[in-house]
Design a protein around this ligand. Sequence first.
Ligand SMILES: [Zn+2]
Length: 231
Amino acid sequence: MIFIKDEAIVLRKSEVGDKDLSITVYTKTLGKENIYVKGAQIIKHPFLPVLQPFNWFKGVLIRYKEKLYIKEIDKSYNLAYNYTKDLDKLKTAIWILETFDKYTLFPDKNMFTFLKKTLYFLSKTNNLENYKLSFVIKYIYLYGIFPMISKCIKCEIDINSSNFAKFSFKKRGSICKKCSKDKKTDLTYNQILDINKLLKKDLKEIDKINIKNPESLINKLTKYLESETSL
Ligand SMILES: [Zn+2]
């Protein structure tokens, strides 16, 4: 039996029979794990309020015969608490949690902190589209698959509005006019500037940045994420 002090964020839960629960969490040191909680569906179970999606908790976990259990919970906080009554924000939070759950495979402390921060600061934003877009951009960056946007992937010259020929998701970056025969591009030069801008800004500072059609960028980047992470 191994005792592990850790922090976790609940990604989803599923009921097992009438009494038990299985939750999927992302923990700071172990990454994504399933935790089985016996009797957790019983109203009086002490862990029940904490085992819902969006909850962050700190406690002691036990690893026993390959399985993970909760020994104790010392502290907990619902990261979505401040916007439980704001349906649009809640929908955005669900999308963030599902996207994170779908693509995150490995333990990564920075990813953990990023998810915690993103869910928490969602309460402060007034621009949900920019927020979603920032999430995907920063997520791709943390994942280590951020494309080379500021330099040409072939000759490494700095890309600017006059030498930019195209951007290719497949080739993971921008290509200058000297290195490309065609101009068939996945992103416009302005979209590249937008991505760069949001990458550099903190999540608390993105509300007033004017992005043209953020939804189209969110879709393109999510597709890129999908293609880069599928095995
Ligand atoms: Zn070039």
